[in-house]
Design a protein around this ligand. Sequence first.
Ligand SMILES: NC(=O)c1ccc[n+]([C@@H]2O[C@H](COP(=O)([O-])OP(=O)(O)OC[C@H]3O[C@@H](n4cnc5c(N)ncnc54)[C@H](OP(=O)(O)O)[C@@H]3O)[C@@H](O)[C@H]2O)c1
Length: 247
Amino acid sequence: MTDAGATADRVLIAGATGDTGTELLSVLHPTDLTVRATTRSYANVDTLERLGADEVVVADFFDAADAVTAAEDCDVVYCTLGTPPSYRHTIGGKLVDRTGVSNLLTASVSGDVSHFVHMSAIGVGNSKAGLPLPARLLIRGSLRAKQDAETTIRRSGLDYTIVRPGKLTNAPPSGDLLIGEGGDSVTGSISRTDIARILAAAPFTSDARNRTFEIVSRDGLEGTPTNLVDVDWAFDRVQADRDRMRL
Ligand SMILES: NC(=O)c1ccc[n+]([C@@H]2O[C@H](COP(=O)([O-])OP(=O)(O)OC[C@H]3O[C@@H](n4cnc5c(N)ncnc54)[C@H](OP(=O)(O)O)[C@@H]3O)[C@@H](O)[C@H]2O)c1
């Protein structure tokens, strides 16, 4: 397998208008990477360009052809897709968390993508104990969809990093993060900015290849952490490029 860090040029943020996608865009924009962003709505194109997207693709990932167009010529895919508020979080069915991710993954496998970074959640699969039962029941449909997506990603043959954050907040980044692995590890919350930095660095971090992490910030920690791991995140690779900063 090639190291995405050595060769990445164009990256895709699927779900760039979302709360996390927007944070990720602001982390990736000042780097030397060409950043392609997606939204389903033409009305969001100007905003994404203003936020620093080099290219914007209007795509609905329920449509496999849209997924192919979005992933075309990309070296890295960041997937921050999520279902808008809906009863489907509870009852499940056709959710972007499953069907959309699967279409994007298929497009990535048949394209040039060398690393797939996926934003999942604590509560999915073997991390279910990290989410209190009432919340688990409320969003059981989307948790199941996310579990299916994780399984598909692991079986895809692509290099991947699956990041399962705790509850997302708009707090300033703390940088002091607790990273667990194996599901039964950490529970709590984390700021979107912290998680965006982790997502950004993942494809350039050899330690993060083909692994699934649960992540919270130390000040958001609830309970006692177990199964903590050290990961040497390649934050340097996604530092601002000075020429791009002047734009
Ligand atoms: N909230 C939490 O505490 C929490 C905790 C852990 C994990 N998560 C998970 O983290 C992920 C990101 O969360 P977020 O709060 O940043 O998400 P968000 O603000 O709801 O954004 C979701 C994004 O998905 C896109 N999208 C939805 N359906 C689509 C479709 N059919 N085709 C193409 N794009 C589609 C939306 O794009 P457009 O509307 O522009 O088309 C939007 O950019 C979600 O999967 C969420 O479940 C959330």
